[in-house]
Design a protein around this ligand. Structure first.
Ligand SMILES: NC(=O)c1ccc[n+]([C@@H]2O[C@H](COP(=O)([O-])OP(=O)(O)OC[C@H]3O[C@@H](n4cnc5c(N)ncnc54)[C@H](OP(=O)(O)O)[C@@H]3O)[C@@H](O)[C@H]2O)c1
Length: 285
């Protein structure tokens, strides 16, 4: 049987991917969990999965960790600003250790978007293309959880604010995106393809309406300018960098950066993507 590995296996996305691989009948002994800190993966080791240390910042750990891996789910790292260097180390090690095929979690329309996270993903996509390793690109939209996470604020204040100018977003749950990634990992015919992945679309007015339904109280969405949004985020205690990042995301969103049809995701899932209402119900359960 082929050996399947995922990086970031102790992260939220990576854990879902490992669980999905096992749920689909992959033997634990055919699953390699690549982790920065094996101490956080005791539960994975206990389930019979092969846990190996693979730290993007310690390139010497990467090549041995990838030994014997047929198909690798490369979950992009979380250290924004460090990822071009970190990801280059992973691609180099994957090539050196003979990884047969690779699935990478990129960002929606990486090569044409104004989303501030795009440059590191574009750089990684280019390195992957140059490596010659057959690759599936999963250009993930935003997680539904990013929006569900505003529920607490909505409950406390009765309002949410954005500078999205009425544009829609098409997020997908981490679980749906991880299930799609596992399909791509198991199905070698996806190599060479690029999937633009998102779920059901909604505007921020529609998000406020969904919050109202979930909470049983009125939640309003206030459209603000990017400058007003930045001031509000700073007043709420966010540092300059984080506030600037979130404003840049809203400005890109207003231009449609996070809206996409659900067709690619549903092709990989083989079912409809999870709705916002269902994601909200699950979060509140
Ligand atoms: N689409 C979106 O809305 C969205 C939002 C946020 C992030 N992302 C991207 O999607 C990825 C997965 O999301 P997530 O929710 O699973 O994020 P997460 O829970 O923060 O997981 C990130 C994973 O990267 C690992 N990692 C960080 N630095 C590493 C290093 N030096 N060496 C090896 N592994 C390292 C972390 O290891 P530890 O477990 O040891 O911490 C963790 O397993 C993120 O890393 C980011 O690239 C997408």
């Amino acid at each position: 049987m082929p050996t399947y590995a995922t990086t970031g296996a102790t992260g939220q996305f990576g854990r879902l991917a490992v669980a999905e691989l096992l749920r689909r009948g992959t033997a634990p002994t055919d699953v390699v969990a690549l982790v920065r800190d094996p101490a956080k993966a005791a539960d994975l080791a206990a389930s019979g999965v092969d846990v190996r240390e693979a730290d993007y910042d310690r390139p010497e750990t990467l090549e041995p960790a990838l030994e014997g891996v047929d198909a690798l789910l490369f979950v992009s790292g979380s250290a924004v600003g460090q990822r071009e260097r970190q990801h280059a180390a992973v691609v180099e090690a994957a090539k050196a250790s003979g990884v047969g095929r690779l699935v990478y979690t990129s960002v929606l329309r990486a090569d044409s978007t104004d989303l501030p996270v795009a440059p590191e993903h574009v750089a990684t996509e280019r390195l992957l293309a140059a490596s010659g390793i057959p690759t599936t690109l999963l250009r993930n939209g935003w997680y539904t959880e990013n929006y569900v996470g505003l529920l607490g604020q909505a409950e406390a204040t009765g309002s949410i604010a954005s500078a999205t100018r009425g544009a829609a977003v098409s997020p997908a749950t981490r679980a749906d995106l991880a299930a799609a990634a596992v399909t791509a990992l198991l199905d070698e015919s996806t190599a060479g393809r690029t999937f633009e992945l998102g779920g059901p679309s909604f505007t921020m007015d529609e998000l406020a309406a969904a919050f109202s339904r979930a909470l049983g109280r009125e939640v309003a969405h206030h459209e603000v300018s990017p400058e007003e949004l930045a001031a509000g985020l700073r007043a709420a205690g966010l540092d300059e960098g984080t506030a600037g990042f979130l404003v840049a995301v809203d400005v890109a969103t207003a231009d449609g950066a996070l809206e996409v049809a659900a067709a690619d995701l549903e092709e990989l899932l083989g079912r409809p993507a999870t709705s916002l209402d269902d994601a909200l119900r699950a979060a509140r359960a």
